[in-house]
Design a binder for this molecule. Sequence first.
Ligand code: GCV
Length: 667
Amino acid sequence: MPSPIHPAWLPEQASTPLATAVHVAGTGPLVATVTDEVRAATGLHGGHLEQDPGAARLLLLTLDRARGLAGDTAVSRVLDALDSGPASPERYAVVRSGDRTVVVGEDDHGLLYGTFALLRHGAGEEVLVRRPGHRSRMLDHWDNMVSHPVMGTVERGYAGDSLFFSDGAVRADLGRVARYARLLASIGINGVAVNNVNVHRAETGLLGPLLPEVARIADVLRPWGIRLHLSVSFASPIVLGGLATADPLAEDVVRWWAEAAERLHTAVPDFGGFVVKADSEGQPGPFAYGRDHADGANVLARALAPHGGVVHWRAFVYDHRQDWRDRSTDRARAAHDHFAPLDGRFEPDVVLQVKHGPIDFQVREPVSPVLAAVPATTVAVELQLTQEYTGQQRHVCYLGPAWSQVLTFGLAEQGTRPVHELVQGGVVGVANVGTDEFWTGHPLAQSNLFAFGALAWDPTADPDVVLREWAGATFGSHGDDVVDTVCAMMTDSWATYESYTAPLGIGFMVRPGHHYGPDVDGYEYTPWGTYHFADREGIGVDRTRATGTGFTGQYPSPWRERYEDLATCPDELLLFFHHVPYTHRLRSGRTVVQHVYDTHLAGVERVEELVRQWAALEGRVEAGVFVRVQERLAEQRRSAQEWCDQVCTYFLRHSGIPDEHGRLIHP
Ligand code: GCV
């Protein structure tokens, strides 16, 4: 018997009662989905579908249909509100006017999102108009067709196997994908790349013999307004096409990509486009042919151009065969060094996909300077939902606050222009789901999927409000006090994770390979470019222009000056930018070493409190959820202690400075 699948934030009881006569009208394929959704919801609460709009109590309309009903007072209120603002694809408006409720979508996508908004929140008497902050809101799955001996079927996956693939093929039963797509639609996701950016031989076939299988997945995603994207290997013309080269300027290569795009478009008419990791961590790319990344991206973009679709070209390009003895090479610099000089050379349908920080999804990094360095290029920011470096879905770590900080960070124009305005190519997240019965392994990690959707739609949303909304939808039927407890546990969980792991922005310190648990020197003498340079005097990476790698110079003002100067560099990023003595005093007044002791010991105490907070919910939440979270918290408690002990002991041994408060730090 397969385990039941958890409903996440869409349990039946979370929808607003719609005991009413419902009229649905519009154009576009998603209108059928909307009809099914309200039929299910009204069926639950005793309503029915109504042909006559005049007799309906709930009207769900696309804008073109709403215009035909402008004589209706409630509809005309919505039209007035929509007409008083700028038109925007996917926009919707919702209102309750007397005993009638109206939802109007600018298009069928807007109607779908408006319907979910109504089901979740109901309607108020003021017309609520909402439009997405980003046109593209996409999830990248790092799913493999064939199970990798180390990574399994999902690279950095902590929630079971791939939803899409099994044993080298697309799953015969895509029922779970359909449920997933519904969850995604309810939070406004409109694109999914189904396979890993590390493309192996098996996945190359997705562009060729396996196209009908790709089309099957696209057919399941389409009714939910989600376009399918594929990660492709730059070497596909060789591996799949049998050509002698993948040189992007070679005529037969240009032709091969054009034919591949044509085939794709025939099989999947709304194909979203390609995602490419090139010249990075062993993936092939244009450097092999003496070409640059604009040459590489453009050949794919030109192939897609006649059909629509974009190329998400990743900026995650760095030397992973670095010599740790060479202190001048700095992995943080790499993306800017490679891509800033190419600004203005990319085809319009290339989106440069930039990880939010310059290294690799660490618990704390500065915002990547690349996001402000290529104004003539369309840029997307990449976030990581799957908790590779943030506890691997064994630790509670609500990432909404971290992403909110990135999206609202004033990076450009003297600190006045936030990241969310710079990323015209939208927001991309590395997915955190799999075949696990709770979707995300740790049931509370569902919050990260929910928050990604919410912040991709509205990057200015308050992550605490988003958390409460998620907790209310997921646990609301168990009582407000349960929701309060869950929120209280999670609101500072990112800060808690940071407090007992790598301090002050230094990053890594994880076990090499799988990246779980502490190993302070694990990466110190490796080729991966992620070092902390601790010695008996101090720790940190000097990335200043004055004496270090010069990385600070990649930032626009005021950040280049602020990060350069010890006096103005924010404490939480101190060791990212500076090598300082253990006795360096932070703005808090504490020394670096004392900060490490204090935060790590407090972090463990906070996890102990989490264990107690959750224990109080026994019998108040579904038993399966209770047990799973309880098990994960026990592991988080163990792991937090291990982190605390190793990091504190490391600092004690290197500095020789004991804790000011005389607490036990293992010598
Ligand atoms: C998909 C990190 C991860 C890799 C991942 C890579 C990337 O290095 O550890 O597993 O590969 O980022 O984003 O391409």
